[in-house]
Design a protein. Structure first.
Length: 412
């Protein structure tokens, strides 16, 4: 049979339409895979670890970013608190360990480990610090992450537990001797958050005690010391380049506000008592505190004094005779009318020797020694030993009894 040209053309057109329809139907039922990148896989934390993500910001991003700068994972191991103990932090960069030193048995045990996601381009390094209650059962762990959110945890080593208290910009934290309260300096960019806060270690509730503004030099005020009963707090009011003013406030006080106007600095409201210059403080008893301070290149005083919280009276107990003396810290001896001071030259160099002195209210004095790598000092619970932590090595540290210059232990 022969086909006419018109018939052939129609047949070809119909065939093309059938092929197009089949291809369209197949494409509708079997779409091609997208060309976007495959989603990343995030491992779940182990059951014994507590993984923490940043708190939502006022304008949260639509999707959470795992392992973002500021994220932290804290793991706690159950331990028994020794009779004579000290908590220390070792590590740097992304990872830190909290150790408890048994100073009677001369051994160390790991209490907690922390992994922090830091900002790789940040000029400052991440850091960690601890503050312990008098019996060691409550421990604050601060993780400072420059250019990201920092965090504050409460650890209970005997229970092996940890709890996030806040995420933001905590700058310095302190737990009360009985472990029920904490105080924290907050440097958040939000003015409604900046200042000195107090709270409960049990439920994490907190309120602002002293309001400040984040844009001013010297902000926020920092906690120095709780009274033994936890009802009073000595804090440092930042004066700028000249240092801090030690200030007393009951933790039950109404919220006060720091006014940093051109006319001068003052605190408005609250039950506030100015004590004098201060770089640190320690309560000797419920009614008396020891405060110390050092002069900077821009002003201030180098002095140690006691302050009676009832009479509001200051009494100087030590003032260096020379101008070239830096008073690093001081500590009152338990069950005695003596205190230790750590002093060194104001300038200049690296690892300058620090002199440890034992002093009394009556001006009697005894030189205990000179040390170039003295990191920290503290009294034993009964006042029979003055412990000193020595540095100088990246992997090991040593503890000495500064009263006898005898070694106590080493740890790494």
């Amino acid at each position: 049979m022969r086909y006419r040209p018109a018939t052939v053309g129609v047949g070809i057109a119909v065939s093309i339409l059938i092929v197009v329809a089949v291809v369209a139907l197949y494409s509708t039922r079997s779409p091609a895979p997208a060309t976007s990148a495959s989603p990343s896989v995030t491992a779940s934390p182990s059951p014994t670890a507590v993984a923490v993500s940043p708190s939502p910001s006022p304008q949260p991003s639509p999707t959470a970013t795992p392992n973002a700068p500021g994220d932290a994972t804290v793991s706690v191991t159950k331990v028994t608190i020794p009779a004579e103990f000290r908590y220390v932090v070792v590590g740097s960069g992304d990872d830190f360990r909290v150790l408890v030193l048994d100073l009677g048995a001369a051994r160390a045990a790991e209490v907690a480990s922390a992994h922090v996601v830091r900002v790789q381009s940040a000029p400052a390094q991440t850091s960690a610090a601890v503050s312990a209650s008098a019996d060691g059962r409550v421990l604050l762990l601060s993780l400072d992450v420059p250019e990201a959110q920092s965090s504050l945890y409460v650890l209970r080593p005997e229970a092996g537990s940890s709890k996030l208290l806040l995420k933001g910009a905590p700058r310095q934290a302190l737990v009360s001797p009985d472990g029920t309260r904490f105080a924290v300096a907050r440097a958040d960019d939000n003015p409604t958050m900046t200042g000195l806060w107090v709270g409960s270690t049990d439920d994490g509730s907190m309120r602002r005690l002293i309001a400040d503004h984040p844009q001013f030099v010297g902000s926020p005020p920092v906690p120095f010391a709780f009274s033994p009963g936890g009802t009073l707090l000595v804090f440092g009011l930042g004066l700028g380049e000249t240092g801090y003013q030690a200030t007393l406030v009951p933790v039950s006080s109404a919220e006060a506000r720091i006014d940093r106007s051109a006319a001068g600095l003052k605190i408005v409201g609250g039950d506030i008592t100015a004590m004098g210059p201060g770089a640190g403080a320690q309560f000797v008893s419920e009614r008396e505190a020891l405060v110390w301070s050092s002069r900077s290149a821009f002003g201030g005083e180098t002095v140690a004094y006691t302050f009676d919280v009832t009479s509001k009276k200051r009494t100087d107990v030590y003032r260096p005779s020379g101008a070239d003396s830096f008073l690093g810290s001081a500590g009152w001896r338990p069950r005695a009318d003596q205190f230790a001071t750590i002093e060194g030259p104001t300038c200049c160099g690296v690892n300058l020797p620090q002199v440890v002195w034992l002093r009394s209210r009556t001006s009697s004095v005894r030189k205990l020694g000179e040390y170039s790598f003295l990191v920290d000092t503290w009294w034993s619970r009964d006042g029979s030993r003055l412990f000193g932590q020595m540095g100088g090595d990246d992997s090991t540290s040593a503890i000495l009894d500064l009263l006898t210059a005898k070694p106590v232990m080493q740890f790494c």
